[in-house]
Ligand binder design. Structure first.
Ligand SMILES: Cc1cc2nc3c(=O)[nH]c(=O)nc-3n(C[C@H](O)[C@H](O)[C@H](O)COP(=O)(O)OP(=O)(O)OC[C@H]3O[C@@H](n4cnc5c(N)ncnc54)[C@H](O)[C@@H]3O)c2cc1C
Length: 373
């Protein structure tokens, strides 16, 4: 049996925690208990943190195996892990830059779902341009004191730890360092942000005089940019799996339009175009995986663009299918929800404009953006 067959058989026969559903890369506050229980089940079965080495409980899975797992879990309607930050971003970073003590302390509870992590990078005036980060960590006798504000922190309200990007030196990338912050430390205040879809997945985080021990530093002082960039890109491995839910959404959209007598020539053309785009996404993803592209490869910027903009456009087409019903349908109407979150896809993990810059510079060889260092 292939790895994919094993996963499919296991998913078909494994009982799920109550309330578990495919909530995407980040659970809401209500999703966290089921998400943690599911992560424990994945860990016990050897399906948690597949890409981690066996030494830390992973399977040394190839990119193709990780992709197959993401697709099969999407098809089964369950999350592939508790959240993205711990297993996909923090784990690999600690394995590369962390001390032995940091690895022993933090890696096992990420794998079992006992510790949920968040990413404290973006600030009100530093998103695409993280070189503008202003949150400051000042060295004191026995460690560091942190002051500043972060925003758009997914999962921050439930997280045990945050991976913090802060300024320890002068301006620009060279003045940045990365730290581990316990989210319950005195001086850390988390305020959930209410999204237009009614959920509250991300947060503002205020850090006021937060004392961290010397060993909270990850990597070397001033080496934060290398650590931060190592976290970017892994989430793109699951982009092809998005095709599964996009095909499903297109079916729902056609049904919703047909029931309302709205599946006219115009909508049919629009759906056909979207359907072709999802197939293109799937084929491009399969080619990248077959060629052994690593998560940071520019090919994944093409996929990020294709995936997020197609998700956004499917959301918008769904509203056309519902017509006026979109105005008074229940909050949980999946097509309305898809439209409300669709546009966020083109912002998170690097905006569409930033992806286009990457494609232009690294794939097409066009001149570099003159405004970026
Ligand atoms: C759902 C969601 C979850 C998120 N989760 C997290 C999280 O957990 N942790 C975290 O730290 N952050 C998180 N973010 C924040 C995300 O990383 C930022 O929103 C993103 O990097 C863009 O930054 P910004 O919002 O400050 O926009 P800006 O960087 O201010 O950009 C504004 C506009 O200018 C454009 N622009 C900026 N620079 C350029 C350029 N050089 N060339 C061309 N156009 C440019 C952008 O594309 C955009 O259209 C999340 C965002 C979303 C939507």
């Amino acid at each position: 049996m292939s790895f994919r067959d094993d996963v499919r058989a296991w998913l078909a026969t494994t009982p799920r925690p109550d309330g578990l559903h495919d909530y995407g890369p980040t659970p809401t506050v209500d999703d966290v208990p089921a998400g943690r229980a599911w992560q424990r089940i994945l860990a016990d079965a050897g399906y948690a943190c597949l890409h981690w080495p066996a030494r830390w409980g992973g399977r040394d899975a190839t990119v193709a195996e990780q992709a197959a797992f993401a697709e099969e879990t999407a098809r089964a309607g369950v999350p592939r892990q508790l959240n993205i930050v711990g297993p996909d971003l923090v784990g690999p970073v600690l394995m590369t830059y962390g001390t032995a003590a940091q690895q022993e302390r933090y890696l096992p509870p990420i794998r079992t779902g006992d510790d949920l992590w968040c990413q404290l990078f973006s600030e009100p005036d530093a998103g695409s341009d993280l070189a503008a980060v202003r949150t400051r960590a000042v060295r004191v006798d026995d460690g560091w004191v942190v002051d500043g504000q972060k925003v758009w922190t997914s999962g921050g309200a439930d997280a045990e730890y945050g991976l913090l990007l802060a300024r320890t030196g002068g301006p620009g990338y060279a003045g940045l360092s990365v730290f581990v912050v316990p989210m319950t430390a005195p001086g850390v205040i988390v305020r959930p942000l209410l999204q237009m879809d009614g959920e509250s997945k991300f947060n503002e985080v205020f850090l006021t005089g937060v004392a961290l021990p010397a060993e909270a530093l990850v990597g070397v002082e001033g080496g934060g940019w290398a650590v931060a960039t190592a976290t970017l890109g892994r989430e793109r491995l699951s982009l092809g799996a998005n095709a599964v839910s996009m095909f499903r959404a297109l079916d729902d959209l056609v049904d919703a339009a047909a029931v309302r007598g709205r599946f006219d020539e115009h909508l049919r053309d629009r759906v056909t175009d979207l359907w072709i785009r999802v197939w293109l996404l799937r084929a491009t993803w399969e080619r990248a995986i077959a060629e052994g592209a690593e998560p940071g490869a520019p090919a994944f910027s093409v996929l990020k663009l294709l995936s997020s903009e197609t998700q956004r456009d499917i959301g918008d087409a769904g509203i056309e299918a519902l017509g006026l019903d979109a105005l008074w349908s229940e909050d949980e109407e999946p097509l309305v929800h898809r439209m409300l979150v669709g546009h966020a896809q083109t912002i998170l993990g690097g905006t569409s404009e930033i992806q286009r810059n990457i494609v232009a510079e690294r794939i097409l060889g066009l001149p570099r953006d003159p405004y970026r260092p």
